[in-house]
Design a protein around this ligand. Structure first.
Ligand code: PEP
Ligand code: MN
Length: 272
C-alpha cells in the first residue's frame, strides 16, 4: 500500500538524501555534531562556547535567539540581537549556524541569518510554519513533536517537501512518557524506523530528551550506536548561570571527552 507521505518516503526515493550545512554533511554516513547553548545570551558567551565546541569537533553551532519557553516569565531570547551574535560566531569561527524559528512573523529575519533553520518540537504541526519553511532556500531541522508518532512526524516533513524544499533533517528529541527520572524519554528505536521509512537524515538531540546533564553523554553514545546521522547537543561555558536549560548543558570539557568516544563508536558501527 502506498504511504501517505509520498515525497519523504523510501518508495519515492530509495537513496539517502545528503544535506550540506557548511562543511557538515548529514545523511552520507558521516556523523556531524551540532553543539552550542540552548539560548544565545551574549556575544562573549556564544564566542566562548563556539570556540570550545569547534575544538572538540562540532561542525555546526546552535543557539536560540527566539526561545519557546513554557513560562512567559522565563527568558524569551535576545531576538534579532541574538541573531547578530550568531552571525559574529560564523564570521569568527567559520561554523554554520542552526537557530530556531518560532513563527511566520520572524521567519524572514531568522532565514536571513541561519544556515540551518530549526522548527522546534512545539511547532512540529504548525502547518502554516511548515509551508513557509517549504518555501525557504535554507535547510530545515525538523524536531519531532513531544507526542508525535513517526507517521505524524514524517507527514510534517511532507508539508515542507511538498512546497519544494527538499533539504530536511529529522531530529528525535525525546517523547513525553510517565517517567520522572528524565525530562522526556529518548525514543532510540525511532532512528531505525525513521531511516527505514524515509530517505531523510535522522539525527538525535539527547539533551532535551534527558533534561539532566548526567544522562546526556550515554544517550549520545547510544544514538551513535543506533546509526543516527548526527547529534545536536547543548553545551554551555557556565551551565549553572545559563538562562535556559542549564541542567542539561554539558561543560565544554565534558563535551570534548564525549566527542572522542562518539567518533570512536561511529567508526565501529559504520565499518563495512
Ligand atoms: C531547543 O532546541 O532548544 C528546543 C527548544 O528544543 P525542542 O523543540 O526539542 O524542545
Ligand atoms: Mn534547550
Amino acid at each position: 500500500m502506498a504511504k501517505p507521505y509520498k515525497l519523504v518516503g523510501r518508495e519515492f526515493q530509495p537513496e539517502n538524501t545528503h544535506i550540506h550545512v557548511g562543511d557538515a554533511v548529514f545523511g552520507n554516513g558521516s556523523f556531524p555534531v551540532i553543539a552550542g547553548p540552548c539560548a544565545v545570551e551574549s556575544e562573549k558567551q556564544v564566542l566562548s562556547i563556539a570556540k570550545s565546541v569547534k575544538d572538540a569537533g562540532a561542525t555546526v553551532f546552535r543557539g536560540g535567539a527566539f526561545k519557546p519557553r513554557t513560562s512567559p516569565y522565563s527568558f524569551q531570547g535576545l531576538g534579532k540581537k541574538g541573531l547578530l551574535f550568531l552571525a559574529k560566531v560564523r564570521e569568527e569561527t567559520g561554523l554554520p549556524i542552526a537557530t530556531e524559528v518560532m513563527d511566520i512573523e520572524t521567519f524572514d529575519l531568522v532565514e536571513e541569518y541561519a544556515d540551518l533553520i530549526q522548527i522546534g518540537s512545539r511547532n512540529m504541526q504548525n502547518f502554516s510554519l511548515l509551508k513557509r519553511a517549504g518555501n525557504s532556500d535554507k535547510p530545515i531541522l525538523l524536531k519531532r513533536g513531544m507526542a508525535a508518532t513517526l507517521s505524524e512526524w514524517l507527514m510534517a516533513a511532507e508539508y515542507i517537501l511538498e512546497q519544494g524544499n527538499t533539504r530536511i533533517i529529522l531530529c528525535e528529541r525525546g517523547i513525553r512518557t510517565f517517567v520522572r527520572h528524565s525530562r522526556n524519554t529518548l525514543d532510540l528505536s525511532v532512528v531505525t524506523a525513521a531511516k527505514q521509512e524515509s530517505h531523510l537524515p535522522v539525527i538525535v538531540d539527547p539533551s532535551h530528551a534527558a533534561g539532566v546533564r548526567d544522562q546526556v553523554i550515554s544517550l549520545a553514545y547510544a544514538s551513535a550506536a543506533m546509526g543516527a546521522d548526527g547529534l545536536m547537543i547543548e553545551v554551555h561555558n557556565h551551565p549553572e548561570d545559563a538562562l535556559s536549560d542549564g541542567a542539561q548543558s554539558l561543560y565544554p570539557d565534558q563535551f570534548f571527552t564525549a566527542m572522542e568516544k562518539i567518533n570512536a563508536i561511529h567508526a565501529i558501527i559504520s565499518k563495512k
